[in-house]
Ligand binder design. Structure first.
Ligand code: PMP
Length: 358
């Protein structure tokens, strides 16, 4: 399907910010300080050695705006072509860019409920019109309901997180494809948690010209880097890039992330551990009659119980925090539990035993 890109009209001939390349010996162009951290930090010899060994030489310089090294390693990893990736300061920032650029026809944005709250927050914040489609009581996607809403509203953007946050489940692939095929606007499949499931749409990207895939490094060990990325057709990626802040990803983040993409063996092992732990915690929770457990494809588990506040407070008083949802009726009495280290999960299970056996 070849869709016309619904770029905001004013962006068609827009002069985006143009940042200079950084590979000059004498850089007197960007009003940076010439003093590097060696001169300004009172760091220990060890810290300096660490920063050097990480090749973080130029704290006084702006990061590489082209982000080419990191982009190349991401593209190589996913088997994609030049121009098919855009990097954001976390995928939160990418949601903002997508909304700023690709909403040039109906100005409507469709998202599911409950799902990741930033879709709605940024849609409203930018004065766009939100179209919310409720998930079933089991957090399943009703594809006919979504198609109806698309017919009615013709949204410019559709956000689908699969696996979904906060429910943890993946939606049926064929349902997502139906939506992509039916929509004239862009469908963003948010795969923030797909490393914990057994599926990704990346391999199908070339078949669906109106699909963007959003990913993040936050859930696999690098939340502090603030690094998300968007994969898709070059023309779409170029459109979203028009309003990207020129230096949106720090040098440090670019460097660490490039290393991560060159060698994922340790991360894959860690993902394996979390998946095993998830099974263990799920099995434990399923044995508690007062808890309803929603099956998860993510690194967290959503549960529903009679009185979530009581359990939440009990855990909190024992120095353990889970996510309590206060403002969404669909998540009434639900708690979302992140799967942690074996030690942390054992502590959780011990506290749950104490709470429910009292
Ligand atoms: N998408 C989903 C579904 C999420 O749950 C989150 C984080 N909670 C994000 C995107 C944002 O991730 P980040 O900005 O850390 O990349």
């Amino acid at each position: 399907m070849t869709n016309k890109i619904r770029l905001k009209k004013f962006l068609k001939d827009f002069d985006s910010y143009s940042a200079d390349k950084t590979n000059f010996a004498y850089r007197l162009n960007a009003n940076e300080s010439p003093f590097n951290f060696e001169n300004i930090f009172n760091s220990s010899a060890l810290e300096k050695k660490f920063l050097k060994s990480m090749k973080i030489k130029d704290i006084n310089r702006y990061p590489d705006s082209t982000q080419d090294k990191l982009k190349n390693s991401i593209l190589k990893f996913y088997g994609l072509k030049k121009g098919q990736v855009l990097i954001g300061n976390g995928s939160d920032e990418l949601i903002l860019y997508i909304l700023l650029t690709l909403t040039g026809k109906s100005s409507k944005v469709l998202y599911l409920d409950p799902s990741f709250s930033m879709y709605k927050i940024l849609t409203k914040g930018l004065g766009l019109k939100g179209v919310s489609v409720p998930l079933s009581s089991e957090f399943k996607l009703d594809v006919e309901k979504v198609l109806k809403k698309i017919t009615l509203h013709d949204p410019d953007i559709i956000f689908i997180a699969s696996p979904n946050n906060p429910s943890g489940n993946s939606f049926k692939q064929e349902d997502i494809i139906k939506i992509v095929n039916f929509s004239k606007g862009i469908v963003v499949v948010d795969e923030a948690y797909s490393d914990y499931s057994d599926f990704s749409f990346v391999k199908s990207l070339k078949s669906y010209k109106n699909m963007l895939i959003m990913k993040t490094m936050s859930k696999v060990g690098f939340a502090s880097l603030r690094l998300g990325f968007l994969l898709g057709e070059k023309s779409l990626i170029d459109s979203v890039d028009k309003l990207r802040l020129p230096y949106n990803v720090s040098s440090f983040s670019q460097l660490i992330a490039t290393k991560f993409f060159k060698d994922q063996s340790i991360i894959e092992k860690q993902i394996g551990i979390i998946k095993t732990q998830r099974m263990k915690v799920e099995a434990f929770l399923n044995k508690i009659p007062d808890i309803k457990v929603y099956s998860s494809d993510s690194n967290f588990i959503l549960i529903r119980l009679k009185n979530s506040d009581a359990l939440f407070s009990f855990l909190k008083s024992n120095d353990l925090i889970v996510k309590n949802f206060l403002n969404n009726k669909k998540l009434n009495n639900c708690l979302r539990i992140t799967v942690g280290l074996p030690k942390e999960n054992n502590r959780l299970m011990l506290l749950l035993s104490n709470f429910f056996n009292k």
